[in-house]
Design a protein. Structure first.
Length: 318
């Protein structure tokens, strides 16, 4: 008598999910071997695990041409943000292209049958001169943390660094002879960003307080005990300063400072988008185009004529 598999549909669904799980592990290993950041790899893994769960629940093979369309449709039905759908579409495209390149996909690439979700133009929040003055002059107790937090604002505005780049900075990355900072960016890429005299002056003042917090780290930004700050600490500092300054009409995140740096820079006479792209560490100039698409009327009132820190009523607590 021929053996019959009990509950064949459930068995097939689980078997397909197991196969997809192997492909996901192969893809993650590929990303790790190519030096992608831990943050990017974690994001890929999270999205693909959600995708696997959806296909398992629906009993759909990941090689079925309807698989990604089914998942993206579920996201729309659940009311997920358009930006979220675009990002997950991009992850699926990268994953399936990997399978095609490695010869691990039977049939055609199902992502080729899906139109890329159109990008909704949304201009980034940027700080006005009034916002900046409030942040830099926010009242606080005179302590190492208050000096550090104020200088952090100066640094973000004067360099356009990402949050993750700020926490990686060491004192040795700063060169006050040439007024430059060596930044360790995404994917292990390093770039050198020059900064103005205003930031250089504030840096010298900050270092008088920083050297008293040696601890075990030579990080530029440290805790009261001398330990290197973590990315979430940068978020907390910006939210705390913004609350103290009464800023509620825009996002209160470190990335707003990066947008502000870029928006003010691009309106300077003679500013070139290729230079701005290099300063920001963008892999492609197309990423930087968003700041050009913003009309002068939308950002002129918020833009400085040259140094992003020039014209600010400097805080007295540094």
């Amino acid at each position: 008598m021929e053996y019959q598999i009990p509950y064949p549909e459930i068995w097939r669904s689980q078997n397909k999910a197991a196969t997809l799980g192997v492909r996901i592990k192969d893809f993650i290993a590929f990303c790790e071997s190519n030096g992608l950041s831990e943050k990017t790899i974690t994001h890929y893994r999270d999205v693909l695990n959600l995708y696997q769960r959806h296909l398992q629940e629906q009993g759909i093979d990941f090689e079925d041409v309807t698989a990604p369309r089914s998942y993206l449709a579920e996201l729309r039905n659940k009311g997920r943000a358009h930006s979220t759908i675009r990002v997950r579409y991009g992850v699926l495209c990268t994953f399936y292209q990997f399978l095609v390149n490695e010869g691990r996909l039977r049939g055609e690439n199902p992502m080729m049958l899906i139109n890329k979700p159109r990008k909704h133009r949304k201009y980034p929040d940027i700080l006005t001169e009034q916002h900046i003055n409030k942040l830099l002059n926010a009242k606080s107790v005179r302590s190492f943390e208050s000096y550090r937090d104020a200088f952090l604002c100066y640094f973000l505005l004067g360099t356009g660094c990402r949050r993750e780049e700020v926490v990686k900075l060491n004192i040795g990355d700063i060169d006050l002879t040439s007024n430059t900072v060596r930044i360790h960016g995404k994917g292990g890429k390093m770039r050198v960003v020059p900064f103005g005299h205003t930031l250089a002056e504030q840096l010298r003042k900050y270092m008088r307080y920083r050297i008293s917090r040696r601890g075990e780290s030579n990080a530029l930004f440290v805790t009261r005990e001398g330990r290197r700050l973590k990315p979430k600490s940068i978020n907390f500092i910006i939210r705390r300063l913004s609350k103290r300054a009464g800023i509620t009409d825009i996002k209160r995140t470190p990335h707003v400072f990066r947008h502000t740096f870029a928006s003010r820079y691009i309106l300077q006479p003679g500013a070139r988008i290729t230079t701005l792209s290099q300063l920001l560490g963008h892999a492609s100039v197309s990423t930087t185009q968003r700041y050009i698409h913003m009309t002068a009327a939308e950002i002129a009132q918020e833009a400085f004529k040259c140094d992003p820190l020039r014209g600010i009523e400097f805080a007295s607590n540094l």
